[in-house]
Design a protein around this ligand. Structure first.
Ligand code: WT7
Length: 734
C-alpha cells in the first residue's frame, strides 16, 4: 500500500550432501518510505531470532487482539500468575466518561491475590528460581557490592513483613519509605505488599547532571507527603554517600517528622532506621567497632564515622528503632495477606499543576499484569538477561521497572546506589562490563551528560553484552539518541524510547525492540491495550497526520485508580477537559506512518532532567520570601537538563534586587521543594506582562527567557512597555 514498504527477511534451510542451510521467510509490513532526513532503524536480525514479538506483523496481530478482544487478551496474560480466587465477572470494567458518572476502572474485580507472592514465592516455589540472583547490588563505590537471590529476598521480605506487623502496621495502613538505593528499599516495598500495607516511597536521590550529587526532596516535601497519606511508620536509613557527598537521611527524616508535628499531623508512630552508612557503606572494621562502642555509651546519639568525619544523629528512643534490631530476629515465614484485585498497592507522589503534589494510587492486580507484560515485551526479557535500570526506585520507573516488573518475570537486575560520574565518568560503562548487562534503561538527561565526555570513556569497556537500550522521562533529542545508539549500542542495539507517566503505571507508547522500526526521537506506537488519540483544543479527534493533545480512549490494566483521598481532583485533572478520555497533559504529533512524537507538556508543568515540576509550586516557594510581590516561572531549554527554571520576580517597593537576594530566593526553593527545583535564572521584573483581565501571559515570558524577539500577538497585553523593560533586564548567564 501507499505509505508502507514490504520488507523481506529470508533465511533458507536446505539439505545438501554435507551441510544444512537455514531458510526462514518473514514478511513484514513496515511503516514508511524513508525520507532523507528521517533514517529508519530496523530491528537487528539476531534479536528477532528468538524474540517474544519477533517482527512487526506479530506486533500488529497482538495489538489488534488486545484492542478487539481485551477480555481474552488480559485473561491469557493473567494465567501466568497465582490467583487465590478467580475474578467474578468481566476482566475489565470501567467508566471513562465524567458525564456518565464517577470515573472508575477495574481489572480482575473479585479476584484475590498477593503481589509479593506472585513476584517472590511463585518464582521460588513454582518456577524453581530460588537460587537465581534477583539483584546485583552495586554501591556508591565499586568495592561495595552484594548479590541477593530470589530465595534470600523472600526470607528477608518475610522478616521485614513480620517486623512491620510487630510495630503495629495492618492491612491498608500507609508506610512512608525514605531510603537510598539499597536492598532494604525493595524489601520494605515487598513486605508492605505482602501484608497489604500501602507503601509511599519518597526517595528521589536522582541523577542531577550539573552537580552529580544529592538532589532529592527536602524535609518539607517529605513531610507534606507523609501528612497527605497519614503514614503510621517511616522507614529510613542513617545516611548514604552519593558520589562524594554524604547525605544524612536520618536528620532529614527527623526534620520531616518535626514538620508533621507542626502541621498538627503526628501520625508516624515508629521510625525504622536501616544502619546502612555505618555498616555497609563506610565499611571498615575500625569504623564498626567505634560505632558499637559509642552505641553503648550513649542511647541518645548514634555516631557515624567516615573518613574521620563524625556525624551526630539524634535519636528519639521512643520512636526510633534500628532496622537490624527489629528485622534480623524475625521469622522467615510470613503468610501473605490475600487481597482483592483492586486493593491499593502503593501511593506515589507526582507534581500537580496547582502546586500541591498528587498521591497517585495504584492497585494490585492490574499493576502486576501491566508492569510484568510491558517488562517482558519492551525489553524482550529472557532468562539469562542481566537487566539494569539506572532510575531511582522512588520514581515510578523504579517501582515498575526495578521492583515489580523485573521481579514478576524472575529477572536478574542491577541495583545501583551511585551516580554516573563517580568515581569516574565511565562508571556506567564499567558496571555494564562488570555484570555483563544485556538490557540497559536510562534517561535522556544522563545520556546528554555522558555524551559530553565523548566516546573515550565508553570505549574503554567491553559493552558487547548489550542487546537492548531504553530511555524514559522526557523527549530524547535525535543527537542524544544517535550517540546512545552508535557509541553505547555500537549500532547493534535498538533504542526503545518509552513514553509513560506515574499515572500510566507502565509504558504506553513504546517500540518493541525486535518488532518496531525506529525513528530517533519518536516513542513510536502504542503498547497492547492502549488506544491513543490526538484531539484539538475543541476536543475533536484528529485523524491521520495531526498534532494536538495526547489522550487515551480506554483504560489498560496499569492505569492509576485515583489520587489518594481526592476523587474530585482525580476527575478534574485527567477526565474533565475532554469527557470520555484520559488526558495525559502532553502534546503529541502523529506522522504519516502513524508514529507518535511527544512535543512536550501542554500545561504549566516543566520537565527538568526527566522530573516533572509544577511552576505553581516553585512560584509558591518564591512568594514566601518577604521581598517578593509577584512571581512567574517558565521553562527555558537547557543543554543537559532538557529544561530549566527561569523566574521573573517583582519585588516589593522597599526592596532591592541584589545577588544576595537571588541566592536567598534559590535557597527558599531548595528548602521548600528540594535541590531539583533550584532555579537556574532569576530575573528582576519590575512588571509582568498581563492581559487586561490580569492574567499573566506566560507565552510572552517564555519567549523573553529564550531571548526570542518574535512574541506573536500582543494585542491583549494591558501595558506593552513591560516587554521592553523585561528584555533589558534579561539574565544572560545562570
Ligand atoms: C511525563 C511523566 C514515565 C516515568 C518517568 C516520568 C514526560 C516521560 C517520555 C518520553 C517524551 C516523556 C512526559 C510525561 N515523558 N517519558 N519517552 N518522551 N516525554 O514520570 O514524572 O510522571 O512524568 O514525563 O511529559 O507526561 P512522570
Amino acid at each position: 500500500c501507499k505509505t508502507n514498504t514490504l520488507y523481506l527477511d529470508m533465511q533458507v534451510r536446505c539439505k545438501t550432501n554435507t551441510l544444512y542451510l537455514d531458510i526462514h521467510l518473514t514478511v513484514m509490513v513496515v511503516p514508511g518510505r524513508q525520507d532523507k532526513e528521517e533514517k529508519i532503524y530496523y530491528p537487528p536480525e539476531d534479536l528477532q531470532m528468538n524474540a517474544h514479538v519477533p517482527n512487526f506483523n506479530s506486533y500488529l496481530a497482538l495489538y489488534k487482539r488486545s484492542i478487539e478482544e481485551p477480555e481474552e487478551f488480559w485473561r491469557d496474560a493473567a494465567q501466568e500468575f497465582y490467583w487465590k480466587e478467580s475474578p467474578s465477572g468481566q476482566i475489565l470494567q470501567f467508566n471513562f466518561d465524567v458525564t456518565k458518572g464517577n470515573i472508575s476502572m477495574k481489572f480482575m474485580a473479585g479476584a484475590k491475590t498477593n503481589m509479593c507472592y506472585n513476584v517472590l514465592d511463585r518464582n521460588v516455589l513454582d518456577r524453581n528460581l530460588g537460587e537465581k540472583v534477583a539483584y546485583l547490588w552495586e554501591g556508591n563505590l565499586p568495592a561495595h557490592h552484594q548479590t541477593i537471590t530470589y530465595g534470600q529476598l523472600l526470607k528477608q521480605v518475610c522478616r521485614c513483613a513480620n517486623a512491620l506487623k510487630q510495630t503495629g502496621v495492618k492491612k491498608g495502613d500507609r508506610v512512608a519509605i525514605y531510603l537510598p538505593m539499597i536492598p532494604e528499599l525493595v524489601v520494605t516495598m515487598l513486605a508492605c505488599a505482602r501484608i497489604g500495607a500501602v507503601h509511599s516511597a519518597v526517595v528521589r536521590l536522582i541523577i542531577w547532571p550539573c552537580y552529580s550529587q544529592f538532589a532529592g526532596f527536602s524535609s518539607e516535601s517529605l513531610a507534606e507527603r507523609i501528612v497527605d497519606a497519614q503514614c503510621s511508620v517511616l522507614v529510613t536509613a542513617d545516611g548514604v554517600y552519593r558520589g562524594e557527598k554524604l547525605i544524612n537521611l536520618k536528620q532529614i527524616s527527623d526534620e520531616a517528622l518535626e514538620h508533621c508535628q507542626e502541621k498538627g499531623s503526628p501520625t508516624v508512630q515508629k521510625c525504622v532506621v536501616v544502619k546502612h552508612h555505618a555498616l555497609r557503606a563506610s565499611g571498615t572494621d575500625e569504623c564498626n567497632k567505634l560505632q558499637v562502642g559509642l552505641n553503648i555509651m550513649s542511647t541518645l546519639k548514634i555516631y557515624n564515622l567516615y573518613k574521620n568525619v563524625v556525624i551526630l544523629t539524634p535519636w528519639n528512643a521512643e520512636r526510633d528503632v534500628w532496622w537490624q534490631d527489629i528485622v534480623d530476629s524475625e521469622s522467615e515465614q510470613c503468610d501473605p495477606e490475600w487481597l482483592d484485585a483492586e486493593d491499593p498497592l502503593f501511593i506515589l507522589y507526582t507534581s500537580g499543576s496547582t502546586g500541591k503534589p498528587k498521591g497517585v494510587l495504584h492497585t494490585v492486580a492490574g499493576y502486576l499484569l501491566y508492569t510484568s507484560l510491558t517488562f517482558k515485551y519492551v525489553f524482550d526479557h529472557h532468562h539469562d538477561d542481566v537487566y539494569w535500570c539506572t532510575a531511582d526506585i522512588g520514581w515510578i520507573t523504579g517501582h515498575s521497572y526495578i521492583a515489580y516488573g523485573p521481579l514478576a518475570n524472575g529477572a536478574t537486575s542491577v541495583l545501583f546506589e551511585g551516580v554516573p560520574v563517580y568515581p569516574h565518568v565511565g562508571r556506567y560503562w564499567e558496571v555494564i562490563e562488570k555484570y555483563g548487562v544485556s538490557k540497559f534503561y536510562t534517561a535522556p538527561t544522563a545520556i546528554r551528560l555522558l555524551m559530553k565526555y565523548g566516546r573515550e570513556p565508553v570505549e574503554k569497556y567491553d559493552l558487547s553484552s548489550l542487546r537492548v537500550l531504553g530511555t524514559v522521562g522526557e523527549p530524547i533529542n535525535p543527537e542524544a539518541w544517535l550517540w546512545y545508539h552508535d557509541a553505547v549500542g555500537q549500532g547493534r542495539c535498538p533504542v526503545v524510547d518509552t513514553f509513560w507517566q506515574t499515572e500510566t503505571g507502565g509504558h504506553v507508547l513504546t517500540p518493541l525492540p525486535a518488532a518496531t522500526p525506529l525513528k530517533p526521537g519518536s516513542a513510536t506506537l502504542p503498547f497492547f491495550g492502549v488506544q491513543p488519540c490526538i484531539l484539538n483544543e475543541h476536543g475533536e479527534e484528529l485523524q491521520g497526520e495531526a498534532e494536538g493533545y495526547l489522550v487515551f480512549r480506554k483504560p489498560w490494566p496499569g492505569i492509576m485508580r485515583g489520587i489518594y483521598g481526592n476523587q474530585e481532583r482525580f476527575e478534574s485533572t485527567y477526565f474533565r477537559k475532554f469527557p470520555g478520555f484520559y488526558v495525559t497533559g502532553d502534546g503529541c504529533r502523529r506522522d504519516k506512518d502513524g508514529y507518535y512524537w511527544i512535543t512536550g507538556r501542554m500545561d504549566d508543568m516543566l520537565n527538568v532532567s526527566g522530573h516533572l515540576l509544577s511552576t505553581a509550586e516553585v512560584e509558591g516557594a518564591l512568594s514566601e520570601h518577604a521581598a517578593v510581590a509577584e512571581v512567574a516561572v517558565v521553562g527555558r531549554p537547557h543543554p543537559l537538563k532538557g529544561e530549566c527554571l527561569y523566574c521573573f520576580v517583582t519585588l516589593k517597593d522597599s526592596h532591592e534586587f541584589t545577588h544576595d537576594l537571588v541566592e536567598e530566593l534559590k535557597g527558599k526553593v531548595r528548602e521548600k521543594i528540594g535541590p531539583i527545583a533550584t532555579p537556574d535564572f532569576i530575573q528582576n521584573a519590575p512588571g509582568l506582562p498581563k492581559t487586561r483581565s490580569g492574567k499573566i501571559m506566560r507565552r510572552v515570558l517564555r519567549q523573553i527567557a529564550r531571548n526570542e524577539k518574535d512574541l506573536g500577538d500582543l494585542s491583549t497585553l494591558a501595558d506593552s512597555k513591560v516587554v521592553d523593560v523585561l528584555f533589558s533586564y534579561r539574565c544572560k548567564t545562570a
